[in-house]
Design a protein around this ligand. Sequence first.
Ligand code: ADE
Length: 419
Amino acid sequence: MDAHDVTDLGLAADGRGRIEWADREMPVLRLIRDRFARERPLEGICVAACMHVTPETANLMRTLADGGARVLLCASNPLSTQDEVAASLVADYGIATFGRRGEADETYYTHIDRVLDRRPAIVMDDGGDLIKVLHADRRDGLTDVIAGTEDTTTGVMRLKAMEADGVLAFPIIAVNEAQTKHLFEDRYGTGQSTIDGIVRATNILLAGRCMVVAGYGLSGRGIADRARGMGAHVIVLEVDPMRALQAVMDGYRVMPVADAARRGDVFVTVTGDIHVLRREHFEVMRDGAIIANAGHFNVEVDVPALEELAVERRSPRPGLEQFRLADGRSIALLAEGRLVNLTAGEGHPAAVMDLSFANQALSTEYAVRHGASLERRVYVVPDAIDSEIARLKLATLGLEIDVLTDAQSRYLSTWDHGT
Ligand code: ADE
């Protein structure tokens, strides 16, 4: 068995059950896996992935391994690892996995080091930590890397900043930029899984409650839509006028955080920026307010400021901490301010991760084939891959769509037809 660090290999049978269950909802990835097993496009390539250790990720790792890759996986968040899945990846699928749920930050970074020790040729990241460590502390490994892929909005922003500063050492395929990734995972995945995480952590009724959603990107929209569907009154916070206007026309109330802080029952941050909710807001929140974060990093809520204000802390439920303030009010923080959908829940449902991870698998194949001829830039996923995934997903759903007639195609490419 390869080197690994997981909580308990004895959990493997449970993990395998979850991985196989998720696989039933990932038919596009399964089709790719079958082809990879026949064609072995990744033969002999070492792939290091820093991803949430979930059943969906496990099915991606299996796909890469069936394509011939030597695969290593470390966790991309200390709290999102499903220990059963980590155990099964090692015991049943022979994938060197490094992740323990609740690991300290120091262990988290040790795990990143352990996968980089194996000198990967492809790095697959979710949030940019693996690629950042490689550029900052493990430059010894840079010469082996052909290319990388990045899964999230936050990670892509970091990598574009590296490209702009001229420090990016290899090409990146920004999986997040694929339409079949962000249009579906961010809106439908984050929408559902964030509500799921909040409800699992609190068991509150959303109907009639005031939910404040900070950030109206696709993820914020998804959360707002689902919350409204469950009967919540939704307030949206935005800094971008275009998005704020969309939120208004979608029927939401839009206002500054200082006003919303006094009104909300439940707050969710999904902006990608720091300290969206901070001391001045905690000071005016209602007694019993609940705060969750659905952005990638645990920076959107200023947790140290909340800790400083608290005169007492207790944890009445897993993943929920209540902070009592000096004036008697209490504020509940979910999942320590980390990604609520992956720490209090199980992340996005497999059916939507099918699209995201089909992009990861095909982008990895593309990077192996073309990485040497790419520049040190952040690339979007080629259109051909994106549309093929949409086509396959429709086919696996048993759906057919129309094709243009010749006359229709011709009409679209002419300019001389008028009224
Ligand atoms: N990110 C969000 N949901 C996820 C999931 N189910 N698996 C892996 N990464 C995720």
